[in-house]
Design a protein around this ligand. Structure first.
Ligand SMILES: [Zn+2]
Length: 317
């Protein structure tokens, strides 16, 4: 029986933000193709995500914000039938088409279904191959290609709906997870650890010095060995101290050396090493429970290889 779940949904490929946009549907195809070619797909329990319930989305987002996003789809549909543009722009690099809302609900829904299955013991851990990504989405604001904060919603859901007492969020995307920080800062039940290129998008870096956040900004051109040392120095002691009952990963692969979106120097082996450290922690404190959600990663080849490395560790291959 395969103990690592792979959650995705066809709607996640229908969301697109215009020609040439790096956060493209091809990202999910690149991951799927790579996992098929290398054989890792055979070792995964592939499941189709359901849409998240609005009440669960609202564990991390304001009701008005959720209603506004939902309403924009209807507005867009009317405008398109009147000959208007096919996208509504929310910030300079974030826009919605008529499929975006359904894709966002299924991306969050994948994280929730994965959380249910892992807590029920059906799976030890799971990866959600979803888009739009989530970690820049704030409680009341879409930005940076993100609409709903999949990982923050799932972390809150594990606490509120499953009664867990402590969880952790690990964010290894090259960008700072400002949205997650906005949602979880000050919630002592959630420990968030991250590294990110700084100075970089989003401008300003960390906005909060809340005690439950371990932010490790690193300069451009930082390589994997340095990142590993920082993780051992800053992340692991705090994770040990927190004793999370479940670990969520904001799995962005844009710190890869070949990814032009950022200027960091990680390679596949670094993602495997980081995943191994997270897995050790999960096995010690959390019965192995990990739910990992795709965030960034824009060089299609490097993305496919990095997700393969991540999943080989999660699935013990
Ligand atoms: Zn990123």
């Amino acid at each position: 029986m395969n103990k690592t779940g792979y959650f995705t949904h066809p709607d996640c490929r229908k969301h697109e933000m215009g020609p040439g946009h790096p956060e493209s549907p091809e990202r999910l195809s690149a991951i799927d193709d790579r996992l098929l070619i290398c054989g890792v797909a055979d070792a995964l329990d592939r499941r189709e995500a359901t849409a998240a319930a609005l009440a669960d989305v609202e564990l991390a987002h304001g009701r008005n914000y959720v209603a506004t996003l939902r309403g924009l789809t209807a507005t867009l549909r009317e405008e398109i039938s009147a000959g208007g543009p096919s996208h509504v722009q929310l910030d300079p690099d974030t826009s919605m088409n008529i499929h975006t809302w359904d894709a966002a609900l299924h991306a969050a829904g994948a994280a929730l279904a994965a959380t249910d299955a892992v807590i029920a013991g059906e799976l030890e851990n799971a990866f959600c191959a979803v888009r739009p990504p989530g970690h820049h989405a704030c409680r009341d604001q879409a930005m940076g290609f993100c609409f709903l904060n999949n990982v923050a919603i799932a972390a809150k859901y594990a606490l509120e709906r499953h009664g867990l007492k402590r969880v952790a969020i690990v964010d290894f995307d090259v960008h700072h997870g400002n949205g997650t920080e906005n949602i979880v800062a000050g919630d002592e039940r959630i420990l968030m650890v991250s590294f990110y290129q700084h100075p970089f998008y989003p401008v300003g870096g960390a906005q909060s010095d809340a005690a439950n956040l371990v932010n490790v900004p690193v300069p451009a051109y930082t390589r994997g060995m340095e990142v590993r040392e920082l993780i051992e120095m800053y992340w692991l002691p705090r994770l040990e101290e927190h004793r999370p009952e479940m670990i969520f990963i904001s799995a962005g692969f844009d710190a890869h050396r070949e990814d032009d979106m950022g200027q960091m120097g990680l390679v596949e082996q670094d993602y495997a090493w980081i995943t191994m450290r997270i897995k050790d922690m999960a096995r010690r404190f959390a019965q192995g429970r990990i739910v990992s959600c795709l965030e960034g990663g824009y060089d299609l080849s490097a993305l496919g290889r990095s997700v393969e490395a991540h999943l080989r560790v999660l699935a013990d291959l």
